[in-house]
Design a protein around this ligand. Structure first.
Ligand code: GTP
Ligand code: ZN
Length: 204
């Protein structure tokens, strides 16, 4: 893994002006970005999110998942706190890529759940890697993290690459009739920490 920092530019958003830092993985050619907001402190835990690319949810308003809602809420929370970061990692479809995710969605349209669909295509349920995180956080000056996620495996993966996660901040947003079964599968089969009571709550 070799991560090269490329450039930094402003990213104005509805919630405030973030800075966008571009990185290249020179081995895979993947292009990742880090967003930062406010003055980051290396010796204090920073509120942040490690977000895996989801073109359908993040950009195309898909209700099949919760990704877009989580991204928006994370950016709002960071702006409200006055500082924080997002690493936007280009590992679409839990690492299988966009077109394989479309294939997996086609299988889900026929009744498979999100794990079964990956397996029917010959992939593990989750192929993501997190070793680009440490050099990206080093560059933006983050050493301790309060991580917005429901995924305990993500917390463990971060610790394995040497990043200190001092707190997991739940990020339960975006439930709707199209993603309820998907969220239940994540909770029951992928270990996401989404309590059953969340599925009984009314969502605005
Ligand atoms: N293969 C596959 N990938 C999916 C599917 N739905 C969403 N994704 C991808 O899953 C990734 C998001 O992972 P999640 O497991 O939802 O969430 P997480 O990021 O691990 O955990 P949180 O931090 O709690 O959101 C993105 O890369 C999406 O493109 C699906 O049905 N099949
Ligand atoms: Zn998604």
């Amino acid at each position: 893994m070799s991560i090269k920092y490329v450039a930094t530019a402003k990213l104005p958003t509805p919630w405030g002006v973030f800075s966008m830092h571009g990185f290249e993985d020179t081995e895979s050619g993947k292009e990742h970005v880090a967003l930062t907001f406010g003055e980051l402190q290396a010796d204090e835990p920073m509120l942040g999110r490690i977000h895996s690319e989801c073109l359908t949810g993040d950009a195309l308003f898909s209700l099949r998942c919760d990704c877009g809602f989580q991204l928006q809420t994370a950016m709002q929370n960071i702006a409200a706190e006055g500082r924080g970061f997002i690493l936007y990692l280009r590992q679409e479809g839990r690492g299988i890529g966009l077109l394989n995710k479309v294939r997996a969605y086609a299988l889900q349209d026929k009744g498979a759940n999100t794990v079964e669909a990956n397996e029917q295509l010959g992939f593990p349920a989750d192929m993501r890697k997190y070793d680009m995180i440490a050099p990206m956080l080093e560059k933006i000056g983050v050493h301790k993290v309060r991580l917005m996620t429901n995924n305990p495996r993500k917390v463990k993966a971060m610790q394995q690459v040497g990043v200190e996660v001092v707190e997991r901040v739940p990020l339960q947003v975006g439930k709707n009739p199209y993603n309820e079964n998907y969220l239940k599968t994540k909770s029951h089969e992928l270990g996401h920490l989404i309590p059953d009571s969340y599925f009984e709550q009314h969502q605005d």
